[in-house]
Ligand binder design. Structure first.
Ligand code: SAM
Length: 428
């Protein structure tokens, strides 16, 4: 945050916005690319990849600077109050699905359509309350008084099952947990137990998050799709983060055990590019319904196997490498150490432990977008599992505390990824 006087700061931000905006429009013109828009008839996303170094950086600087300028003009009280309320109702009543993908619909017709599709009664005036508020956040718009149409954001909710699951999981399943994280912190100060969290207080139950999620098939499916959505978002996409980010070919003809591998989409993506690798994807029983099994493409079924294994039990499979993607941030040290110790009986000299996870930075050293993303995830982990993201030295210590025969090898961040690789070797 700048300590400059506000006028100088506003001028500085305005100059930066116009400089970066020019840089981006020149870039788009040079590549004959269109600019994105919130209108559904136009381009959804700015086509700029991390390879276009300057333009990519200009975009993240623009996101930060326009947000800061917006908040300065809006003022602190209004900025605090402008939250995206109402998204839960939009998801629950399937309102986005009821709005035509490319046309308009009246509030009255929407009411009839929702009642037909969901059996739930919402009166036109209630739609007006919810949707006109959502419109202040660019979710839907009103092309003519009394009519509703999609913007890019609302249409995504209607047409992208993973984004839809993300919104449902966050606003439906986890919203009560976020509202109760403070109660959980007051009830069990400093707890490192996975069943003393905001989720436990919110739902008055004693199960750790992952067991709780699996009690209800719908919730388990929303959760899986939501993390898949997270895994395909900017900076965490599997191709750039995992497939290109690790030298998989160096493993040769090898078996990789993907521990806590959920529906197997990470292993599938790696297997598609590295034909010498076989994958055993382990997860808990509740994650093994017919849908995940069917999602392994036929052509890969001899190399990607979805199995059931609890990683707190002794690992039965001897393999060259064990992959943990987005797993350890869900477990406080006490439990992460147990996971690493349960692996020991299967380890042979030289076996690799490959972790793909967020890494906490020194404050202020990342771009605004990347820092916001990892700090948000840190809060989510605290809310649902009493765990946290880790700094580099925390990873070294984790291996040391689990067993001194783990040799920490290296940690690196692939250039197009927000996630890091952390690698250790079994060295008895
Ligand atoms: C955050 S998700 C990560 C999934 C996947 N690796 C990815 O990168 O998207 C954590 C996964 O760990 C699984 N999990 C949680 N507890 C487990 C346990 N005790 N044994 C095996 N898997 C577990 C969950 O079911 C979930 O699929």
């Amino acid at each position: 945050m700048s300590s400059l006087s506000s006028i100088v700061r506003m001028e500085q931000l305005s100059a930066l916005i116009s400089e970066k905006e020019k840089l981006l429009t020149d870039f788009l013109a040079s590549k004959e690319l269109e600019a994105p828009s919130l209108s559904v008839d136009e381009l959804a996303k700015l086509e700029v990849s991390p390879d276009d170094n300057k333009s990519f950086k200009a975009r993240t600087e623009l996101i930060k600077a326009t947000r800061e300028l917006h908040d300065i003009f809006l003022g602190p009280r209004e900025t605090l109050m402008a939250l995206a309320w109402g998204l839960q109702a939009i998801w629950e009543f399937k309102i986005a699905e009821a709005v035509p993908t490319n046309g308009y619909i009246r509030f009255e017709e929407l009411s009839v359509k929702i009642e037909e599709c969901t059996g739930k009664t919402i009166l036109p005036f209630q739609f007006q309350i919810l949707l006109r508020h959502a419109m202040t956040n660019q979710i839907f718009y009103e092309p003519q008084k009394g009519w509703v149409a999609h913007t890019q954001m609302s249409r995504l909710l209607a047409t992208n099952p993973k984004s839809n699951a993300w919104v449902g999981f966050m606003t439906g399943d986890l919203f009560p947990a976020f509202a109760n994280v403070v109660n959980a912190m007051k009830k069990s100060p400093g707890s490192q137990e996975p069943n003393e969290t905001g989720v436990n207080v919110a739902y008055s139950q004693d199960l750790p998050f992952y067991d709780f999620v699996q009690l209800d098939k719908g919730c388990a499916m929303r959760y899986s799709r939501a993390i898949e959505s997270h895994g395909s978002s900017e900076g965490t996409d599997i191709l750039h983060g995992v497939v290109d980010g690790y030298p998989w070919a160096n493993l040769g003809d090898a078996t990789v055990v993907d521990m806590g591998g959920n529906m197997g989409y990470v292993s599938v993506a790696i297997a598609e590019v590295f034909p010498k690798l076989k994958f055993v994807v382990q997860d808990t029983k509740g994650m093994r319904s017919a849908e995940p099994l069917a999602r392994v493409p036929q052509s890969l079924r001899d190399r990607v196997e979805l199995t059931i294994h609890d990683f707190f039990d002794v690992q039965p499979i001897v393999a060259k490498a064990y992959l943990f993607r987005h797993v350890f941030h869900s477990f406080p040290d006490k439990y992460s150490i147990k996971i690493l110790q349960s692996l020991v009986p299967a380890l042979r000299k030289g076996a690799r432990i490959i972790i793909n996870n967020g890494m906490l930075p020194e404050p202020g050293t990342l771009s605004y977008v990347d820092e916001r993303s990892i700090r948000t995830l840190d809060v989510v982990m605290l809310t649902v599992t009493n765990s946290r993201e880790r700094e580099l030295n925390d990873w070294r210590k984790l291996f040391r505390d689990a067993d001194p025969r783990y040799k920490f090898l290296r940690a690196w961040k692939p250039s197009k990824s927000q996630l890091w690789f952390i690698e250790a070797e079994w060295n008895p």
